[in-house]
Design a protein around this ligand. Structure first.
Ligand code: GLU
Length: 498
């Protein structure tokens, strides 16, 4: 099996493009085949210089390594269509020689005139087809001498594909089954543009053949082009590859996930935005895998390595699938939880760049926040209490925490802490239990005021981990601040010193 991802560098890699790349990658892995990257850069008008780098970066970020492609020559290159012009010329000549293609000299005004002239209610978009072509300026309507003269004098022209009249083209789609479409629905497709470069259709077919592609897996928007491709394979005497067209990605409100609908629903469309927003690559991959493919069970967690051994086209559905940011967030939180604290610490590092933390401090934050976050950045954002004492306490828990005996209890606790030498979270856990027992109070009577004193909040990560992170001096310091600040806030609503 040889499959390819064939993006056009016309902008940042689209989220749907990443899904197409993923499904191709998975098929190659599942069948011990090859995954090829080909850059389809023949459309000069739409070429965006940064797009290729973005495609390469996005694929690498997602872990979709290709076997052949730019920088990985394997005998089928070059993998840039802009470097293959000679190749396309050779095959378009074959098509011309066999009468399957022809020169056309019509100006855009000629074409517009034709469409205006033939437009009717039943035929709102007249085609350049087997009938129309007889009335236009091309090698069907002109004499051989006139065509030669026009070519000699360098008259601008294109090369069109001569579609047979009244013919039904049939092919089998691996996802959709039998597909058929009449040539009366189709235009005599331009194969070679006036700039001498091939159109997508010609270059795509020639390259898929020469690169030995066995399965063409791409988005549904290419389905209407496939009959033309099938005919091109036939005209060139080649066997067509298998085709599979992936279902549309739908917006949460239904309908195709257009740019506008995506924006309305707060859904980023380029992979770049997901990278910048701090999504985990394995979470996005798992999410995209299920956006069209189903395992046939309720299981939802599928890392790339697992997908690579179970993915198959026969479990890809035909109908569109709805994009859900909530689901993606859920996957993101899940994959963060699956990391080891050391791995998560590495993920947090860029967000804590200004904090000068040791690896073990970062790991402690990772452990504390792992269960509580949807994004890596949140671990740092939501742990500001580790870096500065609270300026205020949450009102409700404060009222609950501050009892008549609390100052006396906190004093004793603080004194006992002063004598402690082991400030690890494990030991502090034992220590706090013993302290509460010795004072014959419930655990909460100590833990709630201490938690508030340290963090300002009534809930949060393990108190013992927080104490261990702050260290003895800072823990005692924050408890002593609470002696004046807590009663102050309760009586005046303000905390002293602010
Ligand atoms: N260059 C096309 C694109 O940008 C490729 C379509 C195909 O896979 O045939 O999507």
């Amino acid at each position: 099996m040889r499959v390819r991802f064939a993006p056009s560098p016309t902008g940042f890699l689209h989220i749907g493009g990443l899904r197409t790349a993923l499904y191709n990658y998975l098929l190659a892995k599942r069948h011990n085949g090859k995954f090829i990257l080909r850059i389809e850069d023949t459309d000069q008008a739409r070429f965006v210089p940064e797009a290729e780098a973005d495609i390469l970066r996005s694929l690498a970020w997602a872990g979709l390594d290709f076997d052949e492609g730019p920088g990985k020559e394997a005998g089928h290159g070059p993998y840039y269509q802009s470097q293959r012009s000679e190749v396309y010329r050779e095959y378009v000549q074959q098509l011309l020689d066999k009468g399957h293609a022809y020169y056309a000299f019509d100006s855009s005004a000629d074409l517009e005139h034709m469409r205006e002239r033939l437009k009717t209610a039943e035929n709102p978009q007249p085609k350049y087809d087997a009938v129309t072509r007889l009335h236009m300026r091309n090698s069907f309507s002109m004499s051989k001498e006139a065509v030669d003269a026009a070519l000699q004098s360098g008259e601008p022209h294109v090369i069109r594909m001569a579609l047979p009249a009244q013919t039904v083209v049939r092919f089998k789609d691996q996802i959709r089954g039998e597909v058929e479409i009449g040539t009366d629905q189709l235009d005599d497709q331009v194969l070679m543009k006036s700039d001498g470069l091939p159109t997508y259709h010609l270059a795509n077919v020639v390259d898929d053949h020469l690169m030995g592609i066995t399965h063409v897996v791409r988005g549904e928007e290419w389905l209407p082009s496939t009959p033309k491709h099938v005919l091109l394979y036939r005209f060139l005497g080649w066997e067509a590859p298998e085709f599979a067209h992936l279902p549309l990605i739908l917006s949460p409100s239904g309908g195709k996930l257009s740019k506008r609908k995506a924006e309305e629903a707060g859904i980023p469309v380029s992979v770049k935005e997901y990278i910048e927003a701090g999504y985990e690559p394995d979470a996005l991959i798992n999410f995209l895998a299920l956006l069209g493919w189903s395992p046939g069970t309720d299981q939802e967690i599928f890392p790339l390595s697992v997908l690579s051994s179970i993915f198959s086209l026969d479990r890809v559905g035909q109908s569109g699938v709805q994009f859900s940011m909530d689901k993606l967030r859920w996957f993101n939180a899940h994959y963060l939880r699956m990391r080891s604290p050391a791995e998560l610490a590495e993920r947090l590092r860029p967000y804590a760049a200004d904090k000068n933390l040791t690896p073990s401090a970062l790991e402690a934050i990772a452990r504390m926040m792992q269960e509580r976050i949807h994004f890596a950045s949140e671990a740092i954002e939501q742990s500001s209490f580790l870096f500065a004492p609270p300026l205020r306490y949450e009102d409700k828990p404060l009222k609950k925490a501050w009892k008549a005996h609390t100052p006396e209890l906190l004093t004793a606790f603080s004194d006992a802490l002063e004598r402690e030498t082991d400030f690890t979270s494990e030991h502090l856990n034992d220590f706090l239990h013993q302290f509460a027992e010795s004072r014959q109070v419930g655990l909460g009577a100590v833990m709630l005021p201490v938690r508030l004193a340290l963090t300002g909040a009534g809930g949060g990560p393990s108190l013992f981990e927080i104490m261990a992170f702050l260290g003895k001096a800072e823990t005692i310091n924050r408890i002593s601040m609470a002696f004046t600040q807590m009663p102050n806030q309760l009586s005046t609503g303000l905390v002293s010193g602010i």
